[in-house]
Design a protein around this ligand. Structure first.
Ligand code: TRP
Length: 344
């Protein structure tokens, strides 16, 4: 059994325990703010965060702005992406008084944990991380020191608040494993300070983009939550289908059609095959029309809530979240100094 299958097998029992004992858990999860949040984020992670918040699990959400520069030179308009993500969180129902929303670069004590943590891993281990290898290859550039060490930095993201539950996508599982290893090694060397965090992975199939590939801003196949209805219609209109008239759900041979069907299906809460049967011989124009209307109807309340908020609201949420995260990070760093005998 590979580690994803093994982790997935533990999920039913973990979900049951979270529902029964939400007070045993502290969640740390987050995003690399490289673009606008899209429907894939909504169904993949944001909705689940809102649900866990509702169960009463204390939650920290990091906007990992330092992760933006792991594989590129410049941070771009990182502040727009950070503010936009905060607005989407609020519109989706995250409550900033219950959930701490914060940014990497605002929490010095979190970043300082990187130094002792780096001493607990070897260069060979860093080079073995499969996600780092894949990201380095995809970036097409020389491996930066920050990309090589970002899983250790991410361990600091998780452990600064003693997070013990980390909702992540499959691609981030090696990083949760690294955080467990680092916590264990620190505790063995200096005494028990950190929990060994568990990954929480979703069994929901990933929502494909409009071309059937993984939904990603960089592929231009995503529907951003913050798009207008017209922008949504235009994005769907641009999607490439094929010349076969009758609509069928066939992700392998008809990726474009399947991407549209999957999108319409997920927002309508039904199976893609059912949408395909409904459209049938009406063809891809009808499918696009149906998909556009379904997405716009689904996102209308989200977008209305989002439109009632401003950048100043996002800034206020981050001020409060960063203040809370700083207090937690400083308390943990004090414990770390104590454990390491570095109190002066
Ligand atoms: N690497 C994660 C991503 O790309 C974002 C992230 C940063 C994160 N720090 C984290 C996720 C800590 C979980 C826990 O999506």
């Amino acid at each position: 059994m590979d580690s994803f299958t093994a982790t997935a097998a533990r999920m039913p029992a973990l979900h049951a325990d979270i529902a029964e004992h939400p007070e045993h858990y502290r969640i740390l999860t987050g995003e690399r703010p490289t673009g606008r949040l899209h429907l894939g984020h909504h169904f993949g992670t944001i909705r689940e965060r809102v649900r866990l918040q509702g169960l009463g699990v204390e939650t920290f959400v990091i906007l990992a702005d330092y992760q933006v520069i792991t594989d590129r030179d410049v941070a771009g308009n990182v502040r727009d992406h950070v503010y936009g993500a905060v607005l989407d969180y609020l519109a989706a129902g995250l409550d900033p008084h219950r959930t701490t929303i914060f940014t990497h670069s605002s929490i010095p004590a979190l970043n300082q944990l990187l130094l002792p943590f780096l001493s607990l891993v070897t260069e060979a281990e860093l080079h073995r991380n499969p996600t780092v290898k894949a990201e380095a290859a995809a970036s097409g550039r020389a491996l930066s020191g920050l990309l090589l060490t970002y899983p250790v930095h991410q361990a600091a993201d998780i452990l600064f608040c003693k997070g013990n539950l980390v909702p992540v996508g499959k691609d981030n599982l090696p990083h949760v494993e690294a955080a467990r290893t680092i916590a264990r090694r620190f505790n063995d060397r200096y005494g028990a300070v950190f929990p060994e965090p568990a990954a929480l992975v979703s069994d929901a199939p990933e929502l494909p983009g409009l071309d059937g590939r993984k939904m990603s801003k960089s592929y231009g196949n995503a529907i951003a939550l913050g798009m207008t209805e017209d922008e949504t219609a235009a994005a769907i209109k641009r999607a490439r289908t094929d010349s076969e008239r009758t609509i069928t759900y066939d992700p392998v041979n008809r990726p474009g059609v399947a991407g549209l069907l999957a999108t319409a299906a997920v927002v309508q809460g039904r199976a893609p095959e059912e949408v395909a049967a409904e459209v049938g011989a009406a063809g891809s124009g009808a499918l696009k029309k149906l998909t556009t209307e379904a997405v716009n109807e689904y996102l209308r309340p989200h977008r209305a809530r989002r439109a009632s908020l401003t950048a100043a609201d996002a800034a206020a949420v981050l001020r409060e979240g960063n203040a809370r995260a700083n207090a937690v990070a400083e308390a943990t760093l004090d414990e770390v100094r104590e454990a390491m005998g570095m109190t002066y």
